[in-house]
Design a protein around this ligand. Structure first.
Ligand code: LLP
Length: 426
């Protein structure tokens, strides 16, 4: 945890958040580099160095400006991208192409061509149609693509319905019915333009129970067995996705080992019994790397007391920089950074400045007496905040600052009004 209170002020990775808000203006996304690095170190120690032939592919969708791409690479990790844009960002940041893995349920031909041209590490194929497109592209270009099939294991995990992805009724992945999956696997094994690596699943996001990962692992091991029996083929890689939950307010984040050790045990036991070398194992954490490493700074503006009801405290951002409360009823907490040690005497609602009644960032929170001009920090906004930001109401997208050991550096400049209208034609 790189947040601390010194002389009544909130500091993050050694930097005074009130001063930072004045230096760059608000809203502002702030990330502790040490926090990000420590998560990767944790995974290195408890996964990468503990087991052989395993990899971490950070899920770029959680947060991925160029500086993050560079940091992920410096920390020795791979990356999971889901669009031409994320792939382009990785390449522009100098990310080694062979360490990039490409997910997505509807990759365009152009995106697949990019993937083949750059010779990226893996394409996670989501349908037979996609397999045929990759084959055609590779044939034209004389290349071979390394692929996994994403399957829907049909397990139900416990999270918000919008972020549950492993159930059978899903737009993601290939259902496990034999008549659907087996011909695809056969086609991949037989193709001279495809190097078939294995199977991928992702059961959902913000999970605290390892049950659905373990159930899904059993299901893909059964599939692996069928592939061996039907085609005599040993799968070379299993990708068990991400989804490891984090602490926003009072959830208890589980250590990575809580998920990964039993998954690995299951896989290793299965292969030991068969007397066969186990395949590579890959994970794709996003949120658990970056959520708590980020916070958002706002300036308090209008304060309204509705008699007998509540006090509304408005900040200068809102659903445009953090859509999660409006979209998933996500819950956050925060503090007035310049009054961080003052008694929390008021229960208020923190709302944004967009023209939507649903533009509420925190429904109920106890804070010190708020005044216009105070800086308000909302914690754990590092995942899916910046990446889901919009220009609704023509609000500009805030900049991003990295802090580390008392130093700060801008890694994304705040959008200006001119940036915002740059592609508009009069
Ligand atoms: N791998 C795949 C194939 C995924 O679909 C996802 C997330 C991840 C990895 C990373 O999952 P994580 O470790 O971050 O839970 N916008 C939503 C989250 C959507 C997640 C979609 N897939 C939110 O703000 O909660």
């Amino acid at each position: 945890m790189y947040r601390e209170v010194k002389d009544g002020k909130l500091f993050f990775d050694g930097v005074d958040m009130t001063e930072l808000s004045k230096k760059y203006g608000t809203p502002l996304y702030v990330y502790s580099e040490n926090d990000i690095i420590s998560r990767f170190e944790d995974l290195k120690k408890n996964f990468v160095e503990k087991y052989e032939r395993v990899r971490v592919a950070y899920a770029a969708k959680a947060f991925f400006p160029l500086a993050m791409a560079k940091l992920v690479d410096e920390c020795g990790m791979c990356v999971d991208v889901v669009s031409g844009g994320e792939l382009y960002t990785a390449i522009k940041a100098g990310f080694p192409a062979e360490k990039i893995e490409f997910n997505g349920n509807n990759k365009s031909i152009k995106e697949l061509e990019m993937a083949v041209d750059y010779e990226i590490g893996r394409i996670i194929v989501d349908s037979l149609q996609e397999l045929a497109s990759i084959e055609k592209i590779c044939k034209e270009k004389g290349k071979v693509a390394k692929i996994l099939f994403r399957v829907t294991p049909g397990v139900k995990s416990d999270s918000h319905d919008y972020i549950v992805t492993g159930k059978k009724d899903s737009k993601f992945g290939i259902p496990l019915d034999d008549e659907v999956i087996m011909p695809q696997i056969k086609a991949a094994i037989d193709s001279e333009y495809i190097d078939f690596y294995g199977i991928h699943f992702h059961v959902g996001s913000q999970l605290f129970d390892n049950g659905s990962h373990l159930q899904a692992t059993d299901i893909i091991l059964a599939l692996v067995e069928k592939i061996k029996n039907n085609f005599g083929y040993d799968v070379k890689e299993l990708n068990v996705g991400g989804g490891f939950g984090v602490t926003y307010v009072d959830e208890h984040r589980q250590p990575y080992t809580y998920f990964l050790d039993p998954i690995m045990e299951k896989i290793e036991n299965y292969y030991t019994e068969k007397g066969v070398k186990r395949p590579n194992v890959v994970i794709e954490p996003g949120r658990s790397i970056i959520a708590e490493a980020g916070l958002t700074l706002y300036t308090i503006g209008s304060i309204k007391q509705i008699p007998g009801i509540r006090k509304y405290v408005s900040v200068d951002g809102g659903m445009t920089d953090n859509i999660r409360p409006a979209l998933y009823e996500a819950v956050y907490t925060g503090v007035i950074t310049n009054k961080a040690d003052q008694p929390k005497t008021e229960t208020v609602r923190i709302c944004g400045k967009c023209c939507e009644s649903g533009d509420i960032l925190i429904r109920d929170i106890d804070i010190a007496e708020p005044e216009a001009g105070d800086t308000f920090a909302i914690f754990s906004t590092g995942a899916y905040g910046y990446t889901m930001a919009s220009n609704y109401n023509k609000n500009t997208i805030p900049g991003v600052v990295f802090v580390k050991d008392g130093q700060d550096r801008v890694v994304v400049k705040a959008q200006t009004y001119d940036d915002m209208i740059a592609n508009e034609i009069l």
